[in-house]
Design a binder for this molecule. Structure first.
Ligand SMILES: [Zn+2]
Length: 261
């Protein structure tokens, strides 16, 4: 990751800044499901992209440590941490039982996913556990800057992920286990385009920051009557919470890999 994108992530990472805000129910469900996917034989865990360590703090194993490129989150972490890029982890080959990478890969440019996954595999002795939003329609959490008109994802997500985009980056001989958790109501793609591009009504976040011009003054349009009308119509078109929100992807090596001497 480039350092300018690290700086941007620090400013836009609500996960880091809003550390005292209670976790949403969807996040609690994801965290519980993530912890449940850490096998019993795991002694050491490295959380890559740990931020302030909300997830890391809940991992009950003898050795738990984290790394992140952003400084803001690391300052708040309560477990041992080191600052590093996901593409250059300061850890030896196959030195950690399980390498965790939760809600990170979607923030990377597409071309960095392969080197990032290769680095997770390199450091892992036995498992790599990844969580990402599942097939996210990026427009759903996007906003448009009222100053420069730039359209951007409120949490800095750069791509939508699924199993097909992850699996090719892991050795075929290993075993992949997948879980999809927490269902949400998807937006009708056509209705969403109408709401955003035609009517100029965008999702709101109090932490919104335009990556193009730096503007951080955004009006909360979700309270507008028209926004709520669109939401109501979407609820009629999509009555069921049918879309899985989180993808949990665990790779297990074919056999335990011994650390290099
Ligand atoms: Zn702007």
């Amino acid at each position: 990751m480039k350092h300018d994108s690290a700086a941007l992530f620090e400013r836009t990472a609500v996960h880091d800044v809003a550390v005292d805000i209670p976790l949403k129910q969807s996040e609690m469900v994801r965290i519980d499901a993530t912890l449940a996917m850490i096998p019993k034989d795991v002694i050491s865990v490295l959380d890559v992209g740990c931020g302030p360590g909300k997830l890391m703090a809940r991992i009950d194993r003898p050795v738990v440590m984290g790394t992140d490129l952003g400084r803001v989150g690391l300052k708040r972490a309560t477990k041992p941490v080191v600052r590093s890029s996901i593409t250059r982890l300061p850890f030896a080959d196959h030195s950690v039982d399980l390498v965790l990478c939760a809600e990170v890969l979607e923030h990377l440019p597409v071309e960095l996913v392969a080197p990032a996954c290769a680095e997770l595999v390199r450091v892992a002795k036995r498992y790599v556990l990844i969580t990402v939003p599942y097939r996210e329609n990026l427009l759903e959490s996007s906003s448009q800057c009222p100053v420069c008109r730039h359209v951007f994802h409120l949490h800095g997500h750069q791509q939508s992920m699924d199993v097909a985009k992850l699996a090719p980056h892991f050795p075929e001989v290993g075993k992949i286990t997948v879980e999809l958790v927490w269902k949400v109501r998807p937006w009708s793609p056509l209705l969403l385009k109408l709401r955003t591009f035609s009517f100029g009504l965008w999702k709101y976040s109090p932490h919104a920051l335009c990556p193009a011009c730096g503007n951080n003054r955004f009006e909360n349009q979700e309270t507008h009557l028209m926004y709520r009308l669109f939401s109501g119509i979407n609820q009629l078109l999509r009555p069921v919470r049918s879309h899985p929100h989180w993808l949990l992807f665990r790779y297990e090596t074919a056999e335990p890999t011994a650390p290099k001497p």
